[in-house]
Design a protein around this ligand. Structure first.
Ligand code: GAR
Length: 196
């Protein structure tokens, strides 16, 4: 018996290194289709990643996302089952959270609940972690709710911070953890999911 693939939309507005890893990880998997990339930043690297892999991309605009239909028709059109945030910095509107309960996940480059919230992204996170002389940092993969960096934790992995670590070296360690774990964690979630 064959079943329908699970359709994923990747929401990303940065370089797209996580998006690329996820796309490549599922490339040969008939049970998973990355059907859409959603981006709010013109010129973002992730748009090139989508184009390299012939994945449709939608460049979203603030008013329609927050006050209009939230691009739900686009998600419906691409039969999206699971929303994967990978460097997407806008808050997800309630309209989308209600349409996809328990089906939106995010990755954050720190050990939540520490170093999360509005404005805590990318190098700002690593700067704050280093300024506080933390012995550890890491990544958190979590469900998305209506608050920034807040929903239930699915997975965490840690890395040690050395005396001589800089924002650059820490961000490399974090990126390695993200690339090593995010696709596999998504695969684990999909195993438990049924297509809509
Ligand atoms: C990742 O490190 C991700 O954890 C972070 O943005 C980066 C995107 O990198 N997300 C946040 O900070 C969310 N608060 P990428 O574009 O190379 O995948």
């Amino acid at each position: 018996m064959t079943s329908k693939p699970v359709h994923i939309a990747i929401f990303a507005s940065g370089a797209g290194s996580n998006a690329r890893r996820i796309i490549e990880y599922f490339k040969e998997d008939p049970g998973v289709e990355i059907s859409l990339v959603v981006c709010n930043k013109p010129g973002a690297g992730v748009l090139q990643v989508a184009s390299d892999h012939h994945i449709p991309a939608v460049l979203i605009e603030r008013d329609r996302f927050f006050k209009g239909d939230g691009y739900l028709p686009d998600l419906e059109k691409h039969r999206v089952d699971l929303l994967v945030l990978a460097g997407f910095l806008w808050k997800v509107p309630e309209k989308i959270i209600q349409a996809y309960p328990g089906k939106i996940i995010n990755i954050h480059p720190a050990l939540l609940p520490a170093y999360g919230g509005k404005g805590m992204y990318g190098h700002y996170v690593h700067e704050a972690v280093l300024a506080n002389r933390e012995p550890l940092s890491g990544i958190t993969i979590h469900y998305v709710d209506e608050h920034y960096d807040h929903g239930d934790t699915i997975f965490q992995a840690t890395c040690r911070i050395e005396e001589n670590d800089t924002v650059e070296s820490l961000s490399q360690k974090i990126q390695q953890l993200e690339h090593a774990h995010y696709p596999e964690v998504i695969a684990g979630i999909i195993k438990k999911q049924k297509p809509r």
